[in-house]
Design a protein around this ligand. Sequence first.
Ligand SMILES: Nc1nc2c(ncn2[C@@H]2O[C@H](COP(=O)(O)OP(=O)(O)OP(=O)(O)O)[C@@H](O)[C@H]2O)c(=O)[nH]1
Length: 429
Amino acid sequence: MKTGADPLPPLVDRPPTTLLLTLRRAHVRVAAVMLFAVGTSLMIAALLALRTSAEHNLQLVARSVAYTAEAAVVFRDEGAIAEALELIGRQESLASAAIVDATGAVLGRYVRPRSTTLDRFGDRLANLLLAQPTTSDIVYQGHAIGHVQLQGDGAGFVRFIFTGLLGLLGCLALGSVAVWQLSRRSYREILQPVKELITMTHAARAEPNTSRRAPRSHIAEFDKLGEDFNALLGEIEAQQAQLHQENKSLSHLANHDSLTGLPNRAYFRRRLSRVLQDAQTQGSSIGVLYLDNDHFKSVNDQYGHATGDALLIEVAQRIRAQLREGDVVARLGGDEFAVLLAPLHNSDDAVRIADKILASMATPMPTRFNERIVPSVSIGIAIYPLHGSSSEQLLRAADRAMYQVKAGQRGHKHIFSFDDDANFLKENN
Ligand SMILES: Nc1nc2c(ncn2[C@@H]2O[C@H](COP(=O)(O)OP(=O)(O)OP(=O)(O)O)[C@@H](O)[C@H]2O)c(=O)[nH]1
């Protein structure tokens, strides 16, 4: 079915992609943005909480060291100071610890050995996040005699960041599976109605089949689209039915006579040509009768045109009633009719049917004012292959034969003979 609409221009910038891929991309983007936003916020919040807790812990440790080391500082016992720092350094998460006297002299220092990149990364992180160093005064009899300096080592932060990243990766993996499943499900839900619409549109274009209807959909937009599409198909179907009806009546008008309802001359000739082709291949015979009303003009003149019309209808019905289903009777025009007898077993059958038609004319036609009008026709008969091999030859032969009847005694039949041509020419020149 040609629509007349211009074809869509080709996609130059990007080739078309599938619906599944588009959905998957959209879901992945949403999931990635969500994970990034939630993960980052959670990580920042947790890091801040961890920092507060670490600073608090360093304060406690510093205070505890200051208390423990008070006596050692008073007696400047460097061995005890080193032992206390070593103990605290091993137990707590410290990069370094030092005890300094009131003059600023370092009495003891502990530095955790840093060998790996991870250790150095932890220290940098601790320097970045914590207010370093954490100090606490060593007080003796109400006077500060020195202070403790602690540097956190950031191992806690590193552990947290790695655990957090692992958690995020886990979420990413789970999210990917969920996105995969979700897009598959959405695809199925969306695709089903879309597929129906695509199939229907194709059918409507190709067959054209407008009788199918889109099913209801649980997706409101598709449901509405299907409803509108069905309404459109309904309208097309109604238009097609109307067009079909109009075509039918136009074709009927083109092939039939409006007064008698019989096929017209054009139809008769086409049909005769077709039947002749079959007869030529099968070697069968055909009979053509040419019928002309007798003194029809005087019926018109005497009783009026309407009565003349009624007589034509009556004659048409009487002829039709004598024929087999497959035989054709047509009105050639005016008061002339033709009959096609196919197949015909022998010439006698054509003569017999002509006699039946003549006999059917014997009774008067019923009229409104009970006038006595008896139909009468003259019939010329031509037989294929005896009298011609084309539709023109056969019709002319039957016409000439009919003319012979008119020339002799009307209301009879005559089977064509080749003398009829000569007679016709003699009488018409
Ligand atoms: N009522 C009516 N008359 C028609 C129609 N078509 C043609 N006629 C008339 O039919 C008549 C045909 O007359 P002809 O066949 O020439 O002569 P005829 O009176 O039948 O005489 P013969 O054929 O020699 O017996 C003409 O008067 C036409 O006007 C029609 O559809 N209805």
